[in-house]
Design a protein around this ligand. Structure first.
Ligand SMILES: [Zn+2]
Ligand SMILES: [Zn+2]
Length: 93
């Protein structure tokens, strides 16, 4: 899956969970672990808002490290990466 990080000045805090990373964890039912960018082994630190190259235009959340979160180009993620909806309360809380 190829994604691009959405860089916004007015990023909204997650209202349903303590952070977007927690929100992702709740939906994916996986440990956060390492950054999901292919060949990146840094620990994931942010629940990043991304848009996907393929698929619809909805924003998704994936766990990334700080370095990858700064990228402005397309990132290739690991094949089995789960993305979570970026809608508030989509985790069921
Ligand atoms: Zn949530
Ligand atoms: Zn990374």
């Amino acid at each position: 899956m190829d994604v691009k990080v959405i860089h916004r000045n007015n990023a909204r805090a997650c209202e349903c969970c303590s952070s977007w990373l927690k929100h992702w964890e709740r939906i994916a039912k996986e440990d956060v672990g390492t950054c999901r960018t292919k060949n990146c082994t840094n620990p994931a630190k942010v629940g990043a808002h991304v848009k996907r190259k393929a698929g619809d235009n909805t924003w998704r959340i994936v766990p990334l490290c700080h370095d990858c979160h700064k990228q402005t180009d397309w990132l290739t993620l690991n094949k089995n990466t789960k993305s979570a909806s970026a809608e508030q309360h989509s985790c069921g809380r």
